[in-house]
Design a protein around this ligand. Structure first.
Ligand code: MN
Length: 236
């Protein structure tokens, strides 16, 4: 079969390094969970009652991916650029309407990630009932460390998660504080999407989100998973 002729180069295949491998993981979609730690939901003015509410999601395009260690320009259109430290789950097998008990089998691995946010634009959108894309789905906003393959066979359900700016701790919590844990998120998300290898799930951020400025150095850590780092450069 002949190759189609394109009028310009097709989009690149976005991918991430894998710990202990020379091969890379191609990235398909980036799902993000909103308000998945109680204390963060409260600081955002939107408490969560798990007994009556479901998780909600937004997406970032794979083209927004940035590898850990990068320097990114202070983004355009904002004066309130926030970090959100998160556990990232990498899906390695297809799944649709997955039972919680079967969710572990879909997990390829984990990484430490940052859901960088133009908070001012997100809040304007939220108050006006508009989509969150300007606040969330912007260039270089999905920071991700190399994927650590999940060898234990069980979903991560505890471990310290923290973030520092210029060495000062701003976020400190534990994965056990997730409102919807990794298995519950996979089960719920797969009611709405056919999950596929290469999908990433940013599982939500703990309390303590805040603004950064040019010159700031962000570093995050998740016990048993790894580290993520980002430097905020000058505005373009
Ligand atoms: Mn987030």
């Amino acid at each position: 079969m002949s190759q189609p002729e394109f009028i310009w180069a097709p989009s690149p295949t976005y991918s991430l390094p894998i710990v202990g491998s020379n091969a890379r993981m191609p990235v398909r979609r980036i799902f993000c969970v909103g308000r998945n730690y109680h204390a963060h939901a409260v600081e955002m003015g939107r408490p969560v009652d798990k007994s009556t509410m479901s998780p909600f999601y937004f997406l970032k395009d794979a083209s927004t991916l940035v590898e850990s260690g990068a320097t990114v320009p202070y983004p355009t259109g904002t004066s309130n650029y926030h970090y959100e430290m998160e556990l990232v789950v990498a899906i390695g097998k297809p799944g649709f309407r997955v039972a919680e008990a079967d969710a572990d089998a879909l997990i390829f691995g984990y990484a430490a990630g940052l859901d960088m946010t133009r908070r001012d634009l997100q809040l304007v959108a939220r108050e006006q009932g508009r989509p969150w894309d300007l606040g969330k789905n912007f260039e270089k906003s999905a920071v991700c460390a190399p994927i650590l393959p999940a060898t234990g066979g069980a979903a991560l359900d505890k471990g310290a998660i923290s973030l520092q700016v210029n060495g000062e701790t701003r976020q400190a919590s534990d994965l056990s504080m997730l409102i919807w844990n990794v298995r519950e998120i996979i089960a719920d998300l797969s009611k709405f999407y056919h999950l596929e290898p290469g999908d990433l799930i940013y599982t939500g951020t703990p309390e303590g989100v805040g603004a950064v400025k040019s010159g700031d150095r962000i570093s995050g850590h998740i016990d048993g998973v790894g580290e993520v780092a980002l430097v905020v450069g000058e505005a373009e």
